[in-house]
Design a protein around this ligand. Sequence first.
Ligand code: AMP
Length: 548
Amino acid sequence: MEFAEFAERAGTIEELSADTDIIEAVTDLLASANDDLEVLARFVQGRMFPAWDSTTLDIGPNLCYAAIARAAGQNVSANDVEDRLAEMGDIGAVASSYEFGGQQGLAAFGAGRAELTVAEVADELEALAHTEGPGSQDTKIDILFGLFNRTSSQEALYLARLVLSEMRIGVGEGTVRDAITGAFDVPVETVERALQVSNDYGRVARVARDEGESGLDELQLEVGRPVQAMLAQAGTVTDALEDWNRAGIEWKFDGARVQIHYDEDDVSIFSRNMEEVTDALPEIVEYTEENLDVSAIIDGEVVAMNDGEPLPFQEVLRRFRRKHDVARAREEVAVELRAFDCLHADGDDLLTAPLTERHDRLQSILSGGVSALTVTDDTDDIADIEANALDAGHEGIMLKNPDSTYSPGRRGKNWLKRKPDVETLDLVVTGAEWGEGRRASFLGTFLLSARDENGEFETLGKVATGITDEALAELTELLEPYISTQSGQVVDISPNVVFEVGYEEIQQSPTYSAGYALRFPRFLGVRDDKSPDDADSLERVIRLAKSQ
Ligand code: AMP
């Protein structure tokens, strides 16, 4: 396809506003792409390379201004281009505002010759991306100048935007996915899966056209090519237990995400944005080589540890960016791996295996450095894990659906990062239960109440969570003098002691006399400074419940 045709189609797409019209236009572009299909599936998104490929054009804006200035003629400088950009706000509009084509020079031999094709633009930009070493900046300007010098105004517009990876024609990944589906008559789920494993729109488009659904089904993960990371959304323990009946709980490590690929010879490490960071993290490379024997793709977090405490994640990110003096950086801030998922192991793709199976597999192939995953429906256990994570200086906990598959790039409901509590409540202890077994001599579960407008204490929950054995002994000593009546293990306590409690939600509930119940309540401390009169009123509790 001639580049002029691509530019014209891009111009048409830019004018459209309805999603369906844009999808139709991209479908048409892909259907008529012939040999240029792979390139066009990327160009239309303003991409030169597949998403898994960390090669970049590495063209800063200044280099682009210089090439445009040279193609625009002797009287135009890079500064003039920049000034015009400040006025117009779009590099495409700036490029198309000049008249190109009159300039001679080494790279201008093509001027006035045959029309520029899409394939030529792709080849030239590929050559540009691989230009390295001394003088490479000049070579890059030469190549770009050679291209601009052959463009019409509309071609210049989209070439400039392509070069700076900002196409701005309203075509996103979803548009191209739907266009591949429509152009080659393959199911959207099949295209989606193929995109997830290959991370390559061009290749998926070609396979869809040439080999159809069965060809797409055969695409697999490839060790060495990063896939998009699965993402989490904010959520609560209450949500997790309601939706899944039990949850997989892990520490939420305070570090930076990595995806590690090992093909039994080489290790490559990618950041959350799929940039390669292997050279910056030699200790993770060594760790992987020493502790992993089979080919694998592992998902995890890299943390910086200092005397057993994690350093702020910015320190880890600084290590990721470090290109020089890595050995020194390593001495200053050492990093460690906390692996939590496994996408591929020893020839098996695991994306569709349940979380628990993937985690078991991870433990079986990697000795050490694997997160502890606890599957439980017990809120006490969950609170304990959270308290330990916070004590260890990490961010809190992740709640994961134990049955869920790995969905690359998705911020779905299967991974939840527990929201920190917003407000705490100061509530009065009006009852308790004696513990069992080892804890039989301690009060264990505490009934919490708030005072209504008539001065009556109404119950709204029990707290048994977040209390250490040591604290139980102290609380028993504190509360025992106020026990008023006892029946079996259950005691009534006259209102004297105020607890500060955290919770996730307040729900209407017939279980307690207040008509409301705290979800996932946790003991935070005794408010020695407050008497029952200073504790929170039922009115405030109800106000909080309504404002959620
Ligand atoms: P956020 O960046 O706040 O959206 O939280 C999600 C991020 O938490 C992930 O992208 C990981 O980098 C990080 N993380 C830390 N520990 C875990 C874990 N156990 N499982 C999944 N993600 C984790």
